[in-house]
Write a protein that binds this ligand. Sequence first.
Ligand SMILES: Cc1cc2nc3c(=O)[nH]c(=O)nc-3n(C[C@H](O)[C@H](O)[C@H](O)COP(=O)(O)OP(=O)(O)OC[C@H]3O[C@@H](n4cnc5c(N)ncnc54)[C@H](O)[C@@H]3O)c2cc1C
Length: 434
Amino acid sequence: MSTPREPVATGVGLSAWRAPQFVAPAADSLVDGETCDLAIVGGGFLGLSTALHAARRGLSVRVIEARALGEGASGLNGGQVIPGLKFDPEWLVAHYGEKAGEALVSFVSSTADTVFDLIRSERLDVPHRRAGWIFAAHTAKALAAAADRHRQWSSRGADAELLDAAAIGTLTGASGYRGGWLDRRAGVVQPLALTFGLARVAQAAGARIATGTQVTRLSRREGHWRVDTASGATVKAARVLVATNAYSDGLIPGLAQSLVWLNSFQIATPPLPDGLGAGVLPGGQAVSDSRRILIYYRRGPDGRLIVGGRGGMPTPKRPADWAHLERAMARLFPALAGFPIERRWFGRVAMTADHLPHIHTPEEGLVAVAGCQGRGVGLMTALGPRMAAYFAEGDREALPFPPSPIRPIPFHRFRRVGVAATLAWYRLLDRLER
Ligand SMILES: Cc1cc2nc3c(=O)[nH]c(=O)nc-3n(C[C@H](O)[C@H](O)[C@H](O)COP(=O)(O)OP(=O)(O)OC[C@H]3O[C@@H](n4cnc5c(N)ncnc54)[C@H](O)[C@@H]3O)c2cc1C
């Protein structure tokens, strides 16, 4: 399988999550000729969570990460731990069929539980708060969609509440919403700390993690996989998990072409002073709003306001490239107009043509997972134990998504131009609807 493209620039180092107390665990250097039961390419939530649980099941595990830990999406995201997928339960059951659909709904309903249980049971040093997530509707149509989603999840036992304009105004402190719903299963974490914490417990369980080592080739040889790396070291593995998601390259033919990655941008204020901060998300919920160009926000553990949203397609270079988020912040919280922005960063999210995450098993002993549509903190962490069960026991039932063929998107090369045009169009519609 072929050689990957150039590594990409990320917003690393600038994120609000970087702080001296959060330090990556030391990597385990890779020795040429190593053997293992399971080689994992990519050290984000999926790779590390799978490593932890596979090592606990007795597999010898080697994680190989191209960058430093936390430099993929897992260390850069908004830290909103939201159960579910972008599709509603009834749609998922209709799409996957009664049995597989209900099993999937039950799995995605539990993804936030997995994250918060893991933090507690492993005593991870991860700032977190489980106060819920709000979907905030800015139009009557979005409010009707929120009510329907609330109905579907509540009927399945989710602790959720429908919010009217007054209630959402009190909870968010933001102006302009007609209502929404609050999902109390959700919460927020410090994602870089979670990445480092997962790596630490995976190592303690026996997994070895190499960083700064790009996997350049995967080839099947006489019943095992040979993993070539840019450092020249090779690994012999019985099975391989490609956990590269939005940063997927050419390791598996067609995988990168089955995804469109978008840049998600974030800004963070300094910790808000008491007076100003008292009215901004006083209960500590996370919020995503209903605009076509998604805006999401939360308070950080130190009281910052962190606002994220889709950014332009080119790599951002100047503070002005994040200006749309500053405008969104001022629109939502007029008292914060002109308030300083201390950090600006970005990372990649992977979208698929059908807006669903996918598990692929293109060859024996080779699995790839990709396409979490910007909602992978809970999902990818919770997939870890399932993937481990699959690798350790061959338990196909453990896979919540039925494996699907890799389907490269037609005219993929031009897809990004189309996405850029769509983003511009959506931005205009959002402005008109205000
Ligand atoms: C700015 C931003 C905000 C987000 N906000 C949220 C949020 O609030 N809530 C939420 O649920 N989700 C959010 N997401 C999405 C979430 O972060 C991802 O879905 C999740 O982190 C994906 O985890 P992963 O392990 O699959 O991939 P990643 O964490 O991206 O890990 C993949 C790793 O593979 C490595 N890699 C790639 N190619 C190779 C190779 N050839 N050799 C070795 N290593 C390789 C990369 O370096 C990378 O570290 C956000 C994403 C971004 C970028």
